[in-house]
Design a protein around this ligand. Sequence first.
Ligand code: ADP
Ligand code: MG
Length: 248
Amino acid sequence: MDILNNKQPIMELKGINFAYPGGRQVLNDLDFTLSGNDRIGLVAANGSGKTTLFHVIMGLLKPSSGSIKIFGKPVCKEKDFRDVRRRIGLLFQDADDQLFSPTVLEDVAFGPLNLGKSSFEALEISRKTLAFLGMSEFEDRITFKLSGGEKRMISLATVLAMEPEVLLLDEPTTGLDNSTRETLARVLDTLDMPLILISHNPDFLAVATDKIYSMENGRILTDEQVHFHYHYHAHSRGAIPHKHKEQQ
Ligand SMILES: Nc1ncnc2c1ncn2[C@@H]1O[C@H](COP(=O)(O)OP(=O)(O)O)[C@@H](O)[C@H]1O
Ligand SMILES: [Mg+2]
């Protein structure tokens, strides 16, 4: 399917329910659609279930009920999600969940090698990706000795080296200094692909996304229910007249 033909949604989640064992309901009859060239910013309080939603989309967590369709096909079993994980790149919230090889170049090359590329091709893609992110000089560095921000960028390199069609980015700016954050914003602006970006950074969201959704009570609130105000925050009463603390 041509995902740029945005008539057909890239993903469609319907009536998703999920709770961690012994925990409260995190996703509660959640509906969500990502279409052709949507670039959605997801802004919601800590603990509202954003990361959980990403993990459900990637098949890392299994909802107790609901249906998921990705690239036009129902996905349910592990086998179905293998294709999803090949075509959708997830940047984990915690870089330590993403990086596991001794050196940066090995980590970035792991994905392409796993996709069946030759060592030569995998190295070529990895070097190109690192250069694209301005991280070439990190090629031979020991992964676990990198700073948090450096790990973040190398994690993104491991995702992009797989040449995904869609990106899910879980708080990508965490630990980044201003200049690296600007590089990342430029990189995302250059990448012409649909994405969902979890972030609390309004300036970054303004550059990288074109609509803002939120989450509350285990459900997605779309643009119409949430909008950014001039003083940059999103909340579920966006469309309803209300006052803010500083005005009261
Ligand atoms: N592995 C887990 N086991 C049990 N509870 C979890 C686990 N991961 C997250 N939670 C809980 O699920 C809720 C949603 O978490 P999460 O999806 O990480 O939220 P967000 O990404 O929006 O901050 C939180 O209350 C969190 O404490
Ligand atoms: Mg999270």
